[in-house]
Design a protein around this ligand. Structure first.
Ligand code: SF4
Length: 571
């Protein structure tokens, strides 16, 4: 029997008072902390008799160190960083400035270069970065500014009092596989905060609780997502210049699926290569990690990578829903930032600049609340207004209907995208509707007879160990580690559905969409179908794909014991 992690009851928890708790030490949360610190410093410089303190402002980060769970392509549009730290380029870890782009449409063996780079993918002036290194650098700035970062602490529950978010409970440490305290047990803290700022990244677990509790998705489009799977390669010199950027569409996906690849040239012959698959594909056998392996078999990619070495692996999900899917971002005692809010431009495949800007706007609001000693819902609504009056809204408004235009496949999507380009983002309708991606999965019996793209085939894929890899080999390169003796942090609310209905209806797609082989169907002679679900939670790279894509919505990702997870060094 699988025992799932759930909060322990009947225990005393230490309490701490906080002015602001920022959950998540990625670019959004760190930008928020840094901007808040700048504003407090400016204020204290001008008003020596009315000093504001930073002592009770905390950043919670579930990784052992800032940056360890940060993964992205990544290209940085520097706009918001220039606002936050003018001249940041002089000291930030930047791999290269983009100097050359190309966009290709691929078939299985051929490539067709777009005669012009579409405006959304023109990246001159943007920077190739490792988000891991960039976040580490930002984290050092935050700590140097006097803000306390609690690394290795996950926010496990929101503390809600009436209509107000009153704080965050951190994870219990030292709980064994059967959900019982061990000798080293330490209960989580109840951090009573005047404002909780959620910057947990895509499909944040506290943001999910918040949206469900206050029905924040009412009247919004359902959020849609992509799953990005990435490898870092060391190549022989001269293959791809630092700052050279390649995007591809087409193979190995068919026109029924949304997605594409990136290849970014970094320093020292290291290349970032990845594939984003829209999590709204119809075939439940599709496997995003396998899609990346297939992609590398294309002659263009094979020629680039031949003789090179894969050095890191990782995966993350991205919010693709756009403006119509962004929930209200402020309320009584809370604000939501970055990917957790859905601030990502899916047409440009970029969100870091929006995450940083949203962090800055939340910081301005938190500063106002702190200096006026007023954390009411009305005061925090200033963040909502700031977002709506900022270039975040301007940028996302132009692509408000972009991803929904692809609901009926690639060609329809290209038509809508073209029309939207000419009409300031409107296209055929003022607001394009969307369907939640997991609802678009077809049952096995409904699949077309041709079986779809090759990437859908689910043999026990081994790869050749040089160019292509099985999941466990890839996973090894993610540096993932968890405390083994703890309950499963993938909570399946009804495993009978996995062992009976899902086997027959969808063929247990969790085995395929999870990029880390966490889900397995194992022989079980006592179970009517002969198989049952088995979990390997220690493999989890925290991408949240299972929480998003499970067709029955019975999987909830909750944070494992703080400190566990991938180690995305250099990613
Ligand atoms: Fe991602 Fe879920 Fe697999 Fe973890 S278990 S790696 S969150 S799909």
């Amino acid at each position: 029997m699988i025992i799932f992690r759930k909060p322990l009851t009947d225990i005393e928890r230490p309490q701490m008072e906080a002015d602001a708790v920022i959950v998540g030490g990625g670019p959004a949360g760190l930008a928020c902390a840094l901007r808040l610190s700048q504003l407090i410093d400016e204020h204290n410089g001008k008003h020596p008799d009315q000093q504001l303190s930073k002592e009770n402002i905390y950043v919670l980060e579930k990784a052992r160190e800032i940056g360890q769970h940060c993964l992205s392509g990544a290209l940085l549009d520097p706009r918001s960083m220039r606002e936050l730290l003018p001249g940041f380029e002089k000291e930030a870890p930047i791999e290269a400035e983009v100097t050359k782009e190309a966009v290709y449409f691929l078939t299985r063996t051929r490539k067709f270069r777009f005669p012009m780079t579409p405006p959304a993918l023109r990246d001159h002036g943007n920077y190739v970065i490792s988000l891991n290194r960039f976040a580490k650098w930002m984290g050092e700035k935050v700590e140097a500014a006097g803000i306390t970062v609690f690394s290795g602490f996950a926010g496990s529950e929101l503390l809600i009092e009436g209509e107000r978010v009153a704080g965050v409970r951190t994870d219990d440490k030292g709980v064994d596989k059967s959900n019982q305290p061990k000798g080293n047990f330490e209960p989580g803290y109840d951090l009573k905060a005047r404002v909780v700022i959620l910057a947990e990244g895509t499909r944040g677990s506290l943001a999910k609780q918040l949206v469900a509790h206050f029905h924040l998705d009412r009247d919004r489009n359902p959020m849609s997502y992509g799953a990005g799977v990435k490898e870092l390669w060391e190549l022989p010199p001269g293959r791809l210049a630092p700052g050279e950027v390649i995007y591809t569409m087409g193979w190995p996906l068919t026109t029924r699926e949304y997605g594409g690849a990136w290849i970014y040239g970094g320093k020292d012959n290291v290349v970032s290569l990845g594939f984003v698959t829209g999590l709204d594909y119809p075939d439940p056998r599709l496997d995003p990690q396998r899609v990346l392996q297939q992609f590398k078999l294309h002659p263009m990619v094979r020629a680039l990578l031949e003789g090179g070495k894969m050095i890191r692996y990782g995966a993350k999900s991205l919010p693709y829903g756009g403006w119509w899917a962004v929930p209200p971002v402020a309320g009584d005692g809370w604000m939501i930032l970055g990917d957790a809010a859905g601030f990502l431009n899916s047409q440009r495949l970029k969100g870091i600049h929006l995450a940083i800007k949203s962090g800055m706007l939340a910081a301005e609001t938190a500063f106002e609340a702190l200096s006026q000693n007023d954390f009411s819902a009305a005061r925090l609504a200033g963040y909502q207004r700031r977002v709506e009056n900022s270039w975040i809204k301007q940028e996302l408004w132009k692509v408000r209907n972009f991803h929904q235009g692809f609901e009926h496949g690639l060609w329809a999507g290209m038509f809508h995208a073209g029309l939207q380009q000419l009409t300031g983002g409107r296209g055929l309708h003022a607001r394009y509707a969307a369907t939640a991606g997991h609802r678009r999965l077809k049952k096995l019996a409904q699949l077309p007879a041709d079986g779809g793209a090759e990437a859908h085939l689910i043999n026990d894929y081994k790869g050749d160990g040089k160019l292509t890899f099985d999941k466990l080999t890839d996973l090894y390169h993610s540096g993932t580690k968890h405390e083994e003796d703890q309950p499963a942090h993938l909570v399946i609310h009804d495993t009978n559905i996995c062992n009976t209905r899902c086997v027959a209806e969808f063929g247990n797609p969790c085995q395929h969409f999870c990029p880390a082989s966490v889900y397995e169907m194992v022989e079980a002679p006592d179970v009517p179908g002969g198989k049952q679900i088995h979990l390997n939670p220690s493999n989890c790279v925290h991408c949240k794909t299972c929480d998003i894509m499970d067709p029955y919505e019975i999987i909830t990702w909750v944070p494992p014991e703080g400190g566990g997870g991938p180690n995305y060094d250099g990613m």
